[in-house]
Design a protein around this ligand. Structure first.
Ligand code: M6R
Length: 612
């Protein structure tokens, strides 16, 4: 995923830009670049390199790069190969230079129109059209860079975060946001900044303006002006605590707690640039992805632990949305099997760390066996899994430190749902259904946020677990993997024994365990299996079992003596597995607090299991 940094100051900003790019390396990229204006008479100085930011730093220092106005970028190729020419910034004439995150869907037609009007293209990127459109607007009489950018972006379809400089207006930087996050850093004493993530600017400011959809802003050394829909708008400045970084707890008691509460933003970041308006941006999977997806007839998912549970949920989506068979295997098992690979199989490895030994071994095993391609869904751009897979899609969860995986899981689910849609398109998923799914997904951050408000209620409920040593988690259909994930979380950090069962299996054995000492935790969404689930609840109650039900508020279930109900906000059915995961994470967290365990470092476990 691309990263943007921009700066305007009364001092040389090149080191600030380069440091910002280093801080964005976690997003994943394949080339980097920077453009600076020092003396406008001498033009814009641009440096680009393929590979790591360290190479760009070396090149910049060699050239003694300096300037008081500058933009910089890390590129993750979507349109056009990984080359120096395709790296950002991109320019038009010797006047405009810009960096761009996102995908311009109508770049082909714009390219033809601009070429016919005499603009010459030097790259294969979708971005270059934006630079020419801005210059065209200026040549056609736009009175300022702000006006030119506003007129150019009106012609774009897709998702973008932009940062633009103009040699003839070297006292300003113009930025625009549509579907890709962008923050302005309010600097101290005559300097201002912009970046795709506040993390990039932690060295220079702790005051940020989060741009909203459709915002266009002009930054000078002394001012920040934001416009939306042609009107000047006011945006609040948020102060991030001086210590705010991914490596500190930011006021939370534990990393796990912080990471649970980061989920709305992590999901937002994961959706950003992957969906636009009413459809999924398939190009986000990479330049060659479309051709690969055309060949896919079925999917093989391999993972461990929580990531395996994400795969189990995805199986339901791949069947119902993509109408494709899907097999899900535990990596440590898969790697030693004499597997049979059906023609047209896409191999998908899911992993937070990308370093899990079994998942990596499974990937290497699969790579030799005639899959259509290998895809990594991973949270760490620089990981072995990402490097060794044919292509990847990164969960944008940010660093996950707590051993118990939380935000990685919900962002994995977000991407797996996107994968199901992309494959579904080729298998009869109608445009209107895709639009509905994307609309639903866009509601996720807000729904997760509302679910997190149940924290206090769940904390109280967790007290009832203080003397328990065993528990049972139940879910039906797609909620069974959610129950499994809930059980894994509870056992992992509170050391309470927890088992998950498909609710329909209760009477085939586990019912024998049910008594008043065995809490039974149930996830009850509002779906076709609800009546069957109600019967399973009665089976538990009739045996004196104590039920804790997380229920969709729409089903009207009420607490009674043997059953405590916690209502979740009603949500589109497809989102159930993501939403219902959240209260189970909170329950485990609070139960572990009561048990007094070392929540972020549970005994005997490691964050990344790099040995077999
Ligand atoms: O980094 P990975 O997603 O490949 O890790 C897989 C498992 O080790 C991991 O999910 C583990 O189960 C977590 N501790 C669960 O919270």
């Amino acid at each position: 995923m691309c990263g943007i940094v921009g700066a305007i100051a009364q001092r040389n900003v090149s080191d600030i830009l380069l440091e910002g790019l280093k801080r964005l390396e976690y997003r994943g990229y394949d080339s980097a670049g920077m453009a600076l204006i020092d003396d406008p008479e001498k033009g814009i100085s641009t440096i680009k390199t393929v590979g790591k930011v360290a190479k760009l730093v070396e090149a910049a220092h060699k050239r003694d790069a300096s300037g008081k106005l500058g933009i910089a970028h890390t590129r993750w190729a979507t349109h056009g190969r990984i080359t120096r020419a395709n790296a950002h910034p991109h320019g038009s004439g010797d006047r405009i230079s810009l960096v761009h995150n996102g995908i311009i869907e109508n770049h082909e037609s714009l390219r033809q129109e601009l070429a016919a009007a005499g603009y010459r293209f030097a790259t294969q990127t979708d971005t270059e059209v934006i630079a020419h459109l801005i210059r065209q607007a200026l040549e056609n009489g736009a009175s300022s860079l702000l006006e030119a950018v506003t007129s150019a972006i009106a012609k774009l379809r897709g998702a973008f975060g932009l940062c633009v400089i103009d040699r003839q207006q070297p006292d300003r930087l113009v930025v625009a946001r549509c579907g890709m996050s962008l923050v302005i850093g309010d600097g101290i004493g005559g300097e201002n900044f912009v970046a795709s993530d506040p993390l990039a600017l932690g060295q220079v400011t702790d005051r940020f303006i989060y741009l909203e959809e459709g915002d266009v802003a002009q930054l000078t050394c002394d001012s920040i002006e934001v416009w939306n829909g042609g009107r000047r708008v006011k945006r609040e400045i948020a102060t991030l605590s001086g210590k705010a970084s991914e490596m500190d707890k930011g006021g939370y008691q534990h990393f796990m707690q912080k990471e649970i509460f980061e989920q709305p933003q992590a999901i937002r970041d994961t959706l950003s640039g992957r969906v636009s308006g009413d459809h999924v941006l398939e190009e986000a999977f990479g330049v060659e992805a479309g051709k690969i997806f055309d060949k896919v007839e079925q999917v093989q998912i391999v993972a461990c632990g929580t990531s395996f549970h994400a795969g189990l949920v995805a199986k339901y989506w791949l069947e119902s949305i993509a109408r494709m068979p899907c097999q899900v295997d535990i990596a440590s098992d898969y790697r030693y099997r004499d597997i049979i690979v059906q023609p047209g199989t896409l191999f998908v490895a899911v992993s937070q760390s990308g370093e899990t030994a079994d998942t990596l071994a499974a990937l290497r095993y699969a790579a030799d066996r005639k899959h259509v391609a290998t895809l990594a869904i991973c949270n760490v751009a620089t990981s072995s899994l990402v490097r060794e897979s044919d292509f990847c899609l990164l969960t944008m969860a940010g660093q996950e430190i707590g051993v118990a995986s939380t935000k990685a899981f919900t962002t994995q689910l977000t991407l797996l749902l996107i994968l199901a849609i992309v494959l579904g398109r080729r298998n009869g998923l109608a445009g209107k259904d895709e639009a509905r799914l994307v609309r639903d997904m866009n509601r996720l951050p807000e729904l997760v946020d509302r679910t997190l408000k149940l924290d206090g209620e769940i904390r109280k409920l967790s007290k009832q677990f203080s003397d328990k040593n065993h528990s049972l988690f139940l879910g039906r259909g797609i909620q069974y993997p959610v129950a499994k994930e809930g059980a894994l979380k509870l056992k992992e950090i509170s050391y309470i024994h927890a088992e998950a069962y498909p609710a329909g299996e209760l009477k085939h054995g586990p019912l024998a365990l049910v008594d008043s000492d065995m809490p039974v935790i149930v996830v009850a969404p509002n779906n076709d299996l609800l009546d069957k689930l109600r019967s399973n609840l009665s089976e538990v109650s009739a045996r004196g079992g104590k039920l804790y039900v997380f229920a969709d508020e729409g089903i009207g279930l009420e607490s009674d003596r043997g059953c405590k109900v916690i209502n979740l906000p009603g949500c589109p059915e497809v989102l159930d597995p993501i939403l219902f995961t959240v209260p189970l994470q909170l329950l485990s967290y609070h139960a572990a607090i009561i048990k007094g365990t070392d929540i972020d470092h549970p005994r005997n476990l490691a964050k990344s299991v790099t040995v077999e």
